[in-house]
Design a protein around this ligand. Structure first.
Ligand code: PLP
Length: 390
């Protein structure tokens, strides 16, 4: 019998084998005593391995259905470490609306190491197939993408990659293993900003990576230890605690997100809502096939920056901040926050205009969230000299 993922969130970490403690202990030890000159224990130095971090790494590997898990000091540390599997002269194919920090890493760091890249619209498989070059080694994607919620078919992208001898990396931050399992769909490495839903309380900055096979795991483990951007024991503990409640948290937030998406869709001041749960979202059929829910993040467009400003100033409940995936709702302004590191022209091309806002739905009562949106939008209407019925 195999347990469902919600059960795995609670029990994957297990109890402490030494004491039976229900919570994994926080091993605050940088180094470990060895028995003799030639007999070493399982741990020697915490950059190379720490028992609390290992408990987390084994947990995420089980949850994603992979062989090896790795915990890093941030999502960007996980992502950039995975890219270090590449060598000078290689080429990567990247979906064009990746996270702003990933875009910056590829264009400003990888570039310096003579690693070439092409950004493509991965919702278009022809475009993707045509962009693969003889030296392409990695296909990198994020689905749903941030913040415009474009959907890439993971299975087809991974097949195409494999047929061309490339690895597939998937940033699974938005869906988490609760809703989407890229390794089952053919990906080779799953990456997470665990800062978001996995930890869930706006308290930890962390990254996770899971490899599908042992050999790739050994290579990434070597980079983790060599580059050294590992997650500390206390943060590993906090992240384990966050993961236990992921099913309950993300389940409720995703239900509320649907209510909010529908409300916004019907509001006359909202020009567009990006939410993969709408049947008319162009990526909806693919998303429904590869993921179990539309998740808890949506974006929407007001007419312009002035409207966005009035709206943000009057919204009462969400915190206005970068980040997402927490118990509190988080509103952000991609143009200057998550995608501030992207040139204006590139942003506009991706639909990240001055009226676009991203809403990560938390655990507040959905009726309160809708009421709050309604009163803030009424203020926008008033400032714009409009009268609306909502
Ligand atoms: C936040 C985020 C990252 C970067 O993670 P950090 O933990 O902030 O380093 C990468 N990808 C996505 C989709 C994100 O939302």
């Amino acid at each position: 019998m195999t347990d469902r993922i919600e059960t795995k969130f609670i029990h994957s970490t297990g109890v402490d084998p030494l004491t039976g403690a229900v919570n994994v202990p926080i091993y605050l030890s940088s180094t470990f005593h060895q028995k003799s000159l030639d007999s070493f224990g399982p741990f020697d130095y915490s950059r190379s391995g720490n028992p609390t971090r290992l408990a987390l790494e084994e947990t995420i590997a089980k949850l994603e259905g992979g062989k090896r898990g790795f915990a890093f000091s941030s999502g960007m540390a996980a992502i950039s470490s995975a890219f270090m599997l590449l060598s000078s002269g290689d080429h990567v194919l990247v979906s064009e609306d990746v996270y702003g920090g990933t875009y910056r890493f590829i264009t400003e760091v990888l570039d310096k190491f003579n690693i070439e890249y092409t950004f493509v619209n991965m919702t278009d498989l022809n475009e993707m197939a045509n962009a693969i070059q003889p030296n392409t080694k990695v296909v990198y994607l994020e689905t749903p993408s941030n913040p415009t919620m474009n959907i890439t078919d993971i299975e087809i992208a991974a097949k195409l990659a494999k047929a061309n001898g490339c690895l597939t990396f998937v940033d699974n931050t938005f869906m988490t293993p609760l809703y989407q399992n890229p390794l089952e769909l053919g990906a080779d490495i799953v990456l997470h900003s665990a800062t978001k839903f996995l930890s869930g309380h706006s308290d930890v900055v962390a990254g996770l990576a899971v490899t599908k096979d042992e050999e790739l795991g050994n290579r990434l483990g070597f980079i983790q230890n060599t580059f050294g951007s590992v997650l500390g024991a206390q943060d590993s503990y906090l992240l384990i605690q966050g993961i236990k409640t992921l099913g309950a948290r993300l389940g409720q937030s995703s239900e509320s997100a649907r209510t909010i998406a529908e409300y916004l869709h019907n509001h006359p001041l909202i020009e567009e809502v990006y939410y993969p749960g709408f049947s008319f979202h162009p990526g909806n059929p693919i998303h429904e096939r590869q993921a179990k829910s539309a998740g808890a993040v949506l974006s929407f467009r007001l007419a312009d920056k002035k409207s966005a400003r009035v709206f943000v100033e009057h919204l009462r409940i969400p915190v206005f901040a970068v980040s997402l995936g927490a118990v509190e709702s988080i509103l952000s302004y991609p143009a200057t926050m998550s995608h501030g590191s992207m040139p204006a022209e590139e942003r506009e091309k991706r639909g990240i205009t001055d009226g676009l806002l991203r809403y990560s739905v938390g655990l507040e009562h959905p009726d309160d969230l809708v009421q709050d949106l309604s009163q803030a939008l009424a203020q926008v209407a008033r400032r714009n000299g409009l009268s609306i019925a909502n």
